[in-house]
Design a protein around this ligand. Structure first.
Ligand code: DMJ
Length: 453
């Protein structure tokens, strides 16, 4: 009798496991990887708490921290919070909140770069408010938003780059499209959540002023004066200094349903495809061109440019996203970690460092999310493994000075926590912990939810 029962139990157990494996053979592996990404995040965070608590960022090897400006803006805790929430890291969330609510204060006689502070700090606070519900996050974001508003008081309506948080004095009249347009999501969210349209209105006015100055190719250049409206560098590309301007035209439409943005995106997208898209022998890439003539000026593609794969996915252009992804992965596996930039005409590395940027992982994740094609899941695993292998030190994670030698660079940008770790985690995260379909991620990967009608 006893023997019979054991046999039945054994049968049920084996059958149960086999059945579960049939349902999702990768379930177990995903659980293990989700745990490993969380462990990596916690290790990075511990380094911050041990050596840089209360400062902007950590230098794990030197066992110290540093601030961007003369005083801290709590860059790492604010940027890290939304990922802690997605990962369900309660202890770390409590630590970040304690720091933010006891130490974060914007009343400082300090000149800051409004774009970086908007996407990392304002974006982080707004997302934290939506995820966590604590109204102090929103109050801080609103205080910051008010202090940064003077940037829009230029003759053209395009924002100045820098502002003093206490006095409101602005400077930095020479700027770029990214620093003009890539705060539209943050200012828009602030408007929605505070019922005060001023932030979105001012920011959108600057975006439209920039768009109206686009070249004959429908593309924007790299440098412009917000006082005269004149272009100072007419080089068009999707790399740093322009990238998130395009990203926010599409995401602004998706989040706010603003048809002007949709139109601006459609026009820009066609210009990008026509003048920057480049089918080379080494693969499909986006290069540089003159914004008026469309003449190719360089065949450079960089780590930052990789964001465009995610945007193509959001725009439902899977075929182009897949072509670009093959190149992104080629660049990543060239040395085992992606360099900052390459010349795709000969696959020569132009800038050899790796800042633990997220964009390649981001696009791989979007493609996997929308296609569920296993090759992208495998690529995501490879990317995480290479960060584990090359960027990990005994007491944390650091950047890489040169992907040829994998020499360490003892610093860690806050986007390691906000983005790189978040995208790595999402490949393996339990479905119920996060859904990309229910939010729009800002350019710093902070989830924004449409909570209004
Ligand atoms: C982040 O701050 C944001 O993703 C920004 O849009 C570009 N640069 C970094 C990450 O590389």
């Amino acid at each position: 009798m006893k023997y019979k029962i054991s046999l039945i139990l054994l049968f049920c157990f084996t059958f149960g496991i086999c059945n579960a494996q049939k349902k999702d053979p990768a379930a177990n592996e995903k659980k293990i990887y989700a745990g490993r990404v969380k462990t990596a995040f916690k290790k990075g965070w511990k380094a911050y708490m041990d050596y840089a608590k209360g400062m902007d960022a950590v230098n794990p090897i030197a066992k110290k921290g540093h601030n961007w400006y003369s005083e801290t803006l709590l860059m790492t805790p604010v940027d890290a919070f939304s990922t802690m929430h997605v990962m369900g890291l309660k202890k770390e969330m409590a630590e970040a909140k304690a720091l933010i609510f006891s130490k974060l204060n914007f009343d400082k006689d300090m000149e800051i770069q409004q774009f970086e502070i908007a996407i990392r700090i304002m974006g982080g606070l707004l997302s934290a408010y939506q995820l966590d519900g604590d109204p102090r996050f929103l109050s801080l974001a609103e205080d910051l938003g008010k202090r940064m508003l003077p940037v829009f008081e230029s003759p053209t309506g395009m924002p100045y780059r820098l502002v003093n948080l206490r006095t409101g004095k602005v400077s930095g009249a020479t700027t770029n499209p990214c620093e003009i347009g890539s705060m539209l999501l943050e200012y828009g969210m602030l408007s929605k959540l505070t019922n005060n349209p001023i932030y979105y209105e001012k920011c959108k006015r600057g975006v439209v002023a920039l768009y109206d100055r686009r070249g004959k190719t429908d593309l924007v250049g790299t440098e412009i004066s917000v006082e005269t409206g004149e272009w100072l560098d007419k080089s068009a590309h999707i790399s740093g200094r322009i990238d998130a301007y395009y990203e926010y035209l599409l995401k602004g439409w998706l989040l706010f349903g603003d048809k002007d943005l949709k139109n601006m995106w459609d026009v820009s997208k066609a210009g990008i495809a026509k003048h920057l898209g480049d089918q080379a022998p080494s693969g499909f890439w986006y290069g540089y061109a003159d914004m008026d003539s469309g003449k190719r000026t360089a065949t450079i593609f960089g780590a930052l440019d990789c964001f465009y794969g995610a945007i193509l996915c959001l725009d439902d252009d899977m075929e182009t996203a897949k072509k670009l992804q093959a190149s992104i992965y080629k660049m990543w596996t060239l040395k085992g970690l992606e360099p900052e930039s390459i010349d795709y005409s000969n696959m020569e590395i132009k800038a050899p460092y790796y800042m633990i940027r997220p964009e390649a992982i981001e696009s791989t994740y979007y493609l996997w999310h929308y296609t569920k094609d296993d090759q992208y899941y495998q690529q995501g695993k490879t990317m995480f493994e290479s960060i584990e292998k090359y960027c990990q030190v005994d007491n944390g994670y650091v950047q890489i000075k040169d992907v040829n030698t994998m020499e360490k660079w003892d610093t860690l940008e806050s986007f390691f926590f906000a983005e790189t770790m978040k995208y790595c985690y999402l490949f393996f995260a339990p479905e119920k912990s996060f859904s990309l379909d229910k939010c729009v991620l800002n350019t710093e990967a902070h989830p924004f939810f449409k909570t209004w009608k």
